[in-house]
Design a protein around this ligand. Structure first.
Ligand code: ZN
Length: 287
C-alpha cells in the first residue's frame, strides 16, 4: 500500500537530512516509501564541528569528504539522494556581516535553482515534499534560500507552462515544513533530564530563547518514529566532520528521548488533498 508513495526532502547541505526528519525518513523507508533527498549545496563552506576531525588533511579535502559522508548517511537511511549542484554560501559572521560569496547558492537568481528543482520534482514525482519554513529553521542564508526555491518549485512543478524545458508537469499533493528543534520539545527533554538527575545540555539555550508560542502552534503533524532514533543517530554520525559524538547532540540518552519526545514534527503548508489536522502521517489524505 505504502509502496506507491514517494517523499522528497529538499535540504540545504549534506547533514541536514540527518539532523531534520531523519527518523521519520527511516520509518517511511521501512514501510516501503521511496524517499529522495535533494541537497542544494555541497556544504563546502561548513565549519568542521567535530574537534577530532579538525585537521589540515580534512580541511584540504572537505568537498570530497562531505560527499563520502553523504554516501554513508544515504546508505544508513536507505534513501536516494541527488545534488542540486550549487556552492554553499557559508554562514556570514561579523558586524556587519560580509557579503555572500559570489556565485554561491544564496546569490543565484531564484529561477536558476527553481528550474533545477522543478526538473527533479517532475522526474521523481513525489506525493509529498518537505523543506524548512520561511525562517530556514536557523538563519543560514542557504536554508532561507532552500525554503524559497522549494515553495516556488512546488507551485511551478504542476504548471506545464512554467519551465517547459524541465519536463511534463507533476503535481505533488502536500508540502510540509520541518519543525525540528522547537521550544516545547527542548523543554520536555530538558525537564526529563533533570527528573533523571542528569545535567541538561539545554539550560543556557532555554534561558536565551524567547518563547514564541504562535510559531510553535504551527505544528500540524507529528510522526511517531522513536524506534528509528538509532538510525537517525547513525546517519548523523556518518557526517563525521559536522557532528561531535561527545557534543550536545548526543547528551540526551536515547531512552529518555524516545520516552519524552517520540515524534518528529511538521507543519502542513500546502495540500491539494483533503486532510484533517492534527495528523500523524505525512501521507494522510492520500488515497
Ligand atoms: Zn544546513
Amino acid at each position: 500500500m505504502r509502496e506507491r508513495f514517494r517523499l522528497m526532502h529538499v535540504h540545504a547541505h549534506p547533514d541536514d537530512e540527518s539532523s531534520k526528519g531523519a527518523a521519520s525518513t527511516a520509518r517511511y523507508v521501512d514501510e516501503g516509501v521511496r524517499v529522495r533527498v535533494v541537497t542544494c549545496t555541497g556544504g563546502e563552506r561548513g565549519s568542521i564541528l567535530n574537534p577530532k576531525m579538525d585537521r589540515e588533511d580534512v580541511r584540504a579535502n572537505i568537498s570530497a569528504i562531505r560527499r563520502e559522508e553523504m554516501d554513508a548517511a544515504r546508505a544508513i537511511l536507505g534513501i536516494e539522494q541527488e545534488w542540486l549542484g550549487f556552492v554553499d554560501s557559508g554562514f556570514p559572521e561579523g558586524d556587519p556581516p560580509p557579503p555572500l560569496p559570489e556565485g554561491s547558492f544564496a546569490t543565484q537568481p531564484l529561477e536558476v535553482p527553481v528550474a533545477r528543482l522543478v526538473r527533479s520534482i517532475r522526474e521523481f514525482q513525489p506525493h509529498v515534499v518537505t523543506t524548512y519554513d520561511e525562517r530556514g529553521g536557523y538563519p543560514h542564508p542557504d536554508h532561507v534560500r532552500c525554503h524559497e526555491i522549494s515553495v516556488a518549485a512546488f507551485e511551478a512543478a504542476s504548471d506545464p507552462t512554467a519551465y517547459p524545458e524541465a519536463g511534463p508537469g507533476w503535481e505533488p499533493s502536500k508540502l510540509y515544513y520541518h519543525h525540528s528543534f522547537h521550544r516545547p520539545r527542548t523543554e520536555a527533554l530538558h525537564e526529563a533530564m533533570l527528573r533523571h538527575g542528569l545535567e541538561s545540555p539545554y539550560e543556557q539555550r532555554l534561558a536565551d530563547w524567547k518563547p514564541d508560542p504562535e510559531h510553535d502552534k504551527r505544528i500540524t503533524t507529528r510522526v511517531h518514529c522513536a524506534d528509528y532514533f538509532p538510525a537517525r543517530d547513525r546517519a548523523l554520525l556518518a557526517h563525521a566532520t559536522q557532528i561531535d559524538p561527545d557534543g550536545p547532540w548526543f547528551a540526551v540518552p536515547l531512552e529518555i528521548h524516545q520516552e519524552n519526545w517520540p515524534t518528529e514534527d511538521y507543519e502542513l503548508a500546502r495540500s491539494t488533498v483533503s486532510t484533517t489536522v492534527p495528523e500523524d502521517d505525512l501521507f494522510a489524505g492520500l488515497a
